[in-house]
Write a protein that binds this ligand. Structure first.
Ligand code: SF4
Ligand code: SF4
Length: 91
């Protein structure tokens, strides 16, 4: 059986973060950054389809795992980590 995972069309994505919040996995498949959603843990996807269903602009489709993405660019990883640390400090 082929594993499925999301592919996001960044020409449609408005960065609302709904996919991040509705995805039930841990770790999360998605990571919001710089006004877009990125695929960071495609292997965690269960194929439940919630992200496809709730994305308001229909930017997500489920594809074979090897075609999932776009992946978070290496240059952006630092600011995501810092953002999480700052979020923890504020709590
Ligand atoms: S739900 Fe759709 S529009 Fe919103 S961040 Fe995810 S991919 Fe982008
Ligand atoms: S199909 Fe389900 S598990 Fe996979 S990324 Fe979308 S919401 Fe997460």
């Amino acid at each position: 059986m082929t594993s499925l995972a999301p592919k996001i069309d960044h020409s449609k994505c408005i960065g609302c973060g709904i996919c991040f919040f509705v995805c039930p996995t841990n770790p999360k498949v998605f990571q919001p950054c710089r006004g877009l959603s990125w695929v960071v843990h495609p292997e965690a996807c269960t194929g439940c389809g919630r992200c496809v269903k709730y994305c308001p602009v229909h930017a997500i489709e489920l594809v074979p795992l090897e075609h999932a993405g776009p992946k978070l660019p290496r240059d952006f990883i630092g600011e995501v980590v810092i953002g999480k640390l700052i979020g923890k400090v504020k709590q």
